[in-house]
Write a protein that binds this ligand. Sequence first.
Ligand SMILES: Cc1cc2nc3c(=O)[nH]c(=O)nc-3n(C[C@H](O)[C@H](O)[C@H](O)COP(=O)(O)O)c2cc1C
Length: 219
Amino acid sequence: MASMAGMDPEAYAMTDTTDLFEIIRTTRSMRRLKPDPVPPALLARVLEAGTCAASGGNQQNWRFLVIRDPAIKAAAGAYYTRGWHEGVGPRYRAGGSAPGTSPERFERMLAAAEHLADHIHEAPAWIVPCLSGPRGSGASIYPAVQNMLLAARALGLGATLTTLYLIHEKECEAAMGIPEGFHSYAILPIGFPRGKFGPVRRAPLAEVVYDDAWGRAWS
Ligand SMILES: Cc1cc2nc3c(=O)[nH]c(=O)nc-3n(C[C@H](O)[C@H](O)[C@H](O)COP(=O)(O)O)c2cc1C
C-alpha cells in the first residue's frame, strides 16, 4: 500500500474499509459526534472485537458497560467536563504541541477535546471497559480497548479513548453504577462522526525506533 505521507486527508475520508493497515493509520480520535443512535448490531460488532483481545492468562476478567441512558451520561459526564476545565485543558494549553504535529493542528486537537469535554454526554453510546480487582496497569484491558477503537473505525463509527474522568474516579464510577470489586479504565464515547476520518499524525520511525543500540536510529 502507498505511504500516507503527503497525501490529502480527503483521500482517507471513506466511512468504512476492511484494509487493516488503512484502518490502523486512520483510527483518529473522533471527538465531534452526531447524536444519531448507534445501531445495536454495530455496537455488538465493536464489543465482540473487544472480547477477541488478549488478556493475561486469558482470564478475561473484563466487563463492558454500555451506557446509552441520557441521565447516567449527564451525571457521569459532568465529572469529565469538570476534569477537563479544572485541570487537563489548562495544562495542555500551557504546554508545547505534540511530536509529529504542528502548533495549529495541536490547537485544533485541543479545541476538539474541549468540544468533547462539553458534549460527552451527547454521544449516543459510551462503552466503559472495566476489570475486576484492584486498579492495575490496565494491560489486560487496553488491548480490548484498541480492538474496539479499530473496529469502530472499520464500521465508520467515531470514538475516543478517554481517561481524564479518572481525576474524579470515585464519583464518576458511582454515577456509572460500577460495583465494588471492579474499576473502569476508560470511557469510549461512540457515534457517527461529524468530521472525516484522516491519517494520524505521529513522529517518524527514525525518531522513535532504535536499531540494536539505544540511540542508534532505525534506518
Ligand atoms: C491513555 C490515553 C488517555 C486518553 N485520554 C483522553 C481524554 O481523556 N480525552 C481526550 O479527548 N482524549 C484522550 N486521549 C486521546 C489522545 O489525546 C489522542 O489519541 C492523541 O491526541 C492522538 O490523537 P489521535 O487519536 O487523533 O491520533 C487519550 C489517549 C490515551 C492513549
